[in-house]
Design a binder for this molecule. Sequence first.
Ligand SMILES: Cc1ncc(COP(=O)(O)O)c(C=O)c1O
Length: 438
Amino acid sequence: MTIKKSLDLQEKAKQIIPGFTQLLSKRPDQFTAGVWPGYFKKAEGAYVWDLDDNKYLDMSISGIGANILGYADPDVNAAVINAIQNGSSCSLNSYEEVELAEKLCELHPWADRARFTRCGGESMVVATRIARAHTGRSVIAFCGYHGWHDWYLAANLESSDTLNDHLLTGLDPVGVPKELAGTSIPFSFNNPEELEAISKKYGDRLAAIVMEPIRNDKPTAAFKAAINKVKETTGCVVIIDEISAGFRLTPGGAHKLLGYDPDIAVFSKALGNGHPIGAIIGKNHVMDAAKECFISSTYWTERVGFVAALATIKKYVENNVHEHLISIGSSVKKGWQDAADKVGLEISLSGIDPMAHFAFKHEKNLHIKAYFIQLMIEKKILSSNLFYAMFAHKTEHVREYLEAVNWAFSEIKAALDAGNLESKLIGKPANTGFLRLN
Ligand SMILES: Cc1ncc(COP(=O)(O)O)c(C=O)c1O
């Protein structure tokens, strides 16, 4: 097996594309540089073909959570191709944007209005702009990762490691105006005291609380009560970021299951099954502020995103896709633990079932991760320590995958016991977080 074409292209890309890829999570060094193919020619169902025509079963990041149904889903593709053949852009607007607004408000009866963009991070910019316009205030209290934009990276201006506890480490705020220091204040999930302290300190300057509904743990009653109290006492807006969690546990936002009372919820990733679309839905009195703001972009009017989202939601609802994702994800999580227990490896599990994660509890965990990925690629399976479930993942895929995981974990244990794991690495140890490569 060779991945020469992929590796040659990676070298070229490093020279011509500063930062290497458009998304950190798809950078080959996040897996194992030298072994991870990096580029694809074709993707269909749960399978991916690289530039050297190797075919893999993809049990890794599934388009980092975008492809919730599967790659090149025939129903979504048919709707998209039809839209393209009838013109995906012209001087008028796509009527499907109104249908999608209605559909999202129907799935979230608390919401009255919707705006659309093309991706997650920019949708969060729209949401925070609306919250700031509505309240006439600047400060955002946030928890978790919300994109690459100034409002968010501003959190690292006063102390460069503020964001390290929020999913991605090492984010340098270079290029972000220093004047934004003090406008984005972090708090930890399930920590009502921190939230209350922010409310006391910034109360009359607080525009919004921004958070994911869930990443690992469910929110406690005390945490939700603190959110509601801060909202009540300060008049800030509660923005629930459903970009990753949305459409994984239920048709729509996970907040519906978890008992939040949002003013705004934001979707992207799963919404278009790989076609770019972002949505900001919210309550009338808050979303009305969008009329005063200048929020406008040419490609937000393009048709494919709306059509793909409508087709994705239709198939999702008809097939109760969330039930499948939860079932597949929980089998994988259990399989990881069983495989680790069988050979005596220590791992920790986290993440909701459809977006599961494990870590090797070992000081050389990034070497072990690289070796794991390398072994799985030998079996023609793309894997990582993350697994995003798709509707296209069937039980036979999970069986094939877990068989390979069991084999890989026993190889890892043997190499650790022999003290020769590093010498077995063909590529580099995995990187984690943001790191400049050249
Ligand atoms: C919770 C959350 N918010 C925002 C984003 C940013 O979305 P995008 O990468 O589409 O800009 C992500 C991406 O991983 C995310 O997980």
